[in-house]
Design a protein around this ligand. Sequence first.
Ligand code: NDP
Length: 522
Amino acid sequence: MLSFRLQQLRLLACNSLNKSHRNIIRSVASGTYNVTTPLNFIGGQRVETEESLSIIDVIEPATGKVMCQMHECGATDVNNAVNAAKQAQLEWGKLSGFERGKILSKSSVLLKQKQEEIARMEVYDTGKPIQEARVDVQTAIDSIEYFSGIASTLCGQHFSLPNGSFGYTRREPLGVVAAIGAWNYPIQIAAWKAAPALATGNAVVCKPSQFTPLTAVALAEVFIEGGLPSGLFNVVQGAGETGNHLTRHPDVAKVTFTGSIETGSKVMQNCAADIRHVTLELGGKSPLILFGDCDITNAVNGALMANFLSQGQVCSNGTRVFIQDDIYDEVVTMLVERTLGIKHGDPHHEHTKMGAMMNEEHAHKVMGFIERAKKEGAEVLCGGELVQMEDPVLRGGSYISPCIIKTGPSDSMEISREELFGPVMNVYSFKTEDEVIRRANDSKYGLASGVFTKDIQRAHRVAASMQAGSCYINNYNIFPIEMPFGGYKKSGLGRENGTVTVDYFTQLKTVYVEMNDVECSL
Ligand code: NDP
C-alpha cells in the first residue's frame, strides 16, 4: 500500500506541474505497485492456491513491470470455490429479495467510498486512463445499486383455473454461477455478472482474466464488508485451464462469459455437455453510420467515443465508420485533427486520454492487422505506430498511436471484417441508405451499431434495420444500467443489464394447485 500512496503524492505533484505544461505528460506510473496478498478469494477470505497449474507474471501494462506472480488455480481450487458457493447459496436462496437487496445496497455504498482506490488499481491492471477507470468503477456501483432494488421485485404470475383451482409461477435461483471475464473491463464485468446473480439468489465463482486479477478480489472484500455471507462471491485466478475446470464443474448451474468468439464457443461446448445455462458476451465489428444531414461536431465526437476509449479495446466499438459522400472529406479531416490531438501516455495522469495496450503480444497482434491492411492497399491517415514513450518509466509498456485507416473500395479487407481490439478506426464513404444498411450488416458480428442523422424517420428506420443487439441514435458507447446489452449473430447469447437479466439468472417453476377431487378417466 505504501507504494500506492507514493503514486498518489506523485500524481498531485504532476497535476500541479501540468497546469503550466499542459502538453507534457509526466509519468506517475512507477512500475513499483507490488501485490503481496493472495489473489484467490474463497469462503470469505483471500487464500493461497492449493493446486498450482503454473506461475503467471502479472504485468503492469503502463510500464511492462511485473506487479506480482500469481498461481494458476487447478481443479482443487476450483472445487473448493464451487463447494463454498454451493453451501452458501442454500441459505442465501431462501432469503427474501428485500433482504438480499439490503446487503447489495450497502455494498454499493462501500464501493462508492473506495471508488478512487479501486480505479487506481484498475489502471495498474489494465493501463487505461484514470478518468475512464473511475467511470468503470461507477458502472460497477450502478449495477450493484440497480440490482439491489430489482431483488425485491422478483415475482411470479398467478393463473385462475376452472372451479377454484389455480396455478402460479416461482422465480427460483439457478444455484452456482461461474462468471468468466475479459481483461478490458475487469471491475465492470465482475459487477455486471455478480450483481444480478446475487440479487436473484445465486452464488458466484468469478474467474477474471489472468492479465487483470486485482479488482475482482477487491470487489469480493467490499461484498464481505457489506454483509454478504462468506462463500457467495468467490474468485479463482488463472488462465484457460482454470476456466475450463470451472465451466465443466458438475455443480456449476450457469456460466456467464465475456470474451472472444473462439473461447465463447469452447465454453458453450462445455455447457452443452451437461445442459448448463450459458450467457455469452462476445466480440464485435460494429458499424457507425454518419448521414450527410447529421450534426457534424456531434458525429465526430460520437466516432471518437466509438473507437478510442480504453485504447480501442472495447467490444462494442463502432470501428467501421460509414460517412455519406457529401460530408466525407469534412468529417475525415476533423476526425484526423482530433485524433492527432489525443493525449497519449501515462494512464495515471489526469490529462491522459489514451494509455497502454494490454500487453506486448496484443499490441503486436493489432500492429499485424495494420501492416496487413497496408499491404492490401488501405491508407493510414494518422497514427497506427508503436510509440516509444519518452519517459523511461513507461518504456516497457506498449503504446499504439490512435489510428484512422481509409479502406475500400470494397469491404472485403481483413481489417474491415475482423475485430482488432485496438485503437484503429476504419472510414468508408457511402452514397445511399440502402447501400449503407447492406454494408453495415455484412458481418458475422452483431453487437452494436450507431447512426447520426437529424431525420427522425430515417434514424428509427436504420435502427430497425441493424442486425445488432444495440443501436445508438446520435451518440455511441453509452451503457445505462437499466438498458439491456448483448449481441446478435456471433456476438453472443443472452443479455446483461436491465430487468431482462433476471430471466438469465433464474429458472421458472410452475405450480398447479387442485382445489377439487381428482377426476381420473382410468
Ligand atoms: P478471451 O476469450 O481470450 O478470454 C476471456 C476469458 O476466458 C478470460 O478470462 C480467459 O482467461 C478465459 N478463458 C480462456 N480460455 C478459456 C477456456 N478454455 N475456458 C474457459 N475460459 C477460458 O477474451 P479476451 O480476454 O482476450 O477479451 C477480448 C474479447 O472479449 C474480445 O473479443 C472482446 O470483444 C470481448 N469482449 C466482449 C464484451 C461484451 O460484453 N460483448 C465485453 C468485453 C470484451 P485468460 O484471459 O486468463 O486467458
